[in-house]
Design a binder for this molecule. Structure first.
Ligand code: NAD
Length: 246
């Protein structure tokens, strides 16, 4: 298995790494679908409900600050460091991630190479004027009043800078991810159940376009059958020796 993986990397010249919540569980951030994952505790709030109802917006912020207890202070793990090391080799053109935890950037992958399909949960944005707000500022607003937090400039709705269910995917990121996927000759999907679309469509696009596909995930995924190499194992302990981190 290890030699197959190494051979695939050696043969490739343009690699795209695609990651999901599974790469961050070893940093202490629960994924969505594993037992004990976030969805087993809190169902997601749909974007329309968030827009329609001030109560839902307060509830969304309550949940956000609750979830942040696991997000804040989380450090990149061996899996993130291994991806960063692969990026350092110069073969990886982009890291496309469904994660919102900023851990690829924190592990040293240049921000310009990270494409965040579902946004970033380490800050907030005004849905009216787009102004960035830091979470600490939003928390003060949340705690000070019973109203949902609003933009300090235009009084618009403040939302975590993530993409909710029912919210449009970010156009620029989708375009960049598609370009990167069509240009790669090896697509490496790590730690994703490959169930959330349109993100999970990228490995399919890569494969149809002639790229090799490797899937590394603890459990089987829907796309295992079209992959050239499937590794069902833990991410950090599998990747670190492969890129000679230890
Ligand atoms: P998912 O929860 O659907 O799938 C994660 C997969 O990773 C599972 O199949 C699980 O078996 C596997 N996994 C978990 N830990 C692993 C480990 N240590 N080694 C190997 N495999 C492991 O996640 P998804 O496919 O990314 O989709 C869920 C959505 O939730 C994403 O769109 C993302 O935006 C969001 N999310 C993000 C974070 C984060 O930023 N860290 C955390 C939870 C959810």
């Amino acid at each position: 298995m290890a030699s197959d993986f190494k051979r695939e990397i050696e043969r490739a010249s343009r690699v795209v790494v695609f990651t999901g919540a599974g790469i961050s569980t070893e940093s202490g951030i629960p994924d969505f679908r594993s037992p004990g994952g976030i969805w087993t505790k809190m169902s997601p709030i749909n974007f329309d409900d968030f827009l329609r109802s001030p109560e839902m917006r307060r509830e969304a912020w309550r949940r956000k600050f609750e979830i942040d207890k696991t997000l804040i202070g989380a450090e990149p793990n061996k899996g993130h460091m291994a991806v960063a090391k692969l990026v350092d080799t110069g073969k990886v053109t982009h890291v496309i991630t469904q994660n919102i935890d900023n851990l690829h950037q924190n592990s040293g992958v240049p921000a310009g190479k990270v494409i965040e399909l579902h946004g970033n949960g380490t800050y907030a944005k005004c849905l009216g004027c787009g102004l960035r707000h830091e979470l600490e500022e939003v928390r003060v607003l949340y705690e000070r009043s019973d109203e949902p937090p609003a933009c300090r400039v235009c009084d618009g709705i403040l939302k975590s800078a993530t993409i909710s269910f029912g919210q449009a995917m970010p156009e620029e990121e989708m375009r960049r991810a598609e370009e990167a996927t069509l240009a790669c000759d090896l697509f490496l999907a790590i730690g994703s159940s490959l169930q959330v679309y349109p993100a999970a469509g990228f490995p399919i696009v890569a494969k149809r376009n002639g790229a090799r596909l490797i899937i590394l995930n603890r459990e089987p995924t829907e796309l295992d059958e079209i992959a050239d190499l499937v590794i069902h194992d833990e991410i950090g302990p599998t990747l670190a020796p492969l890129v000679m981190l230890n």
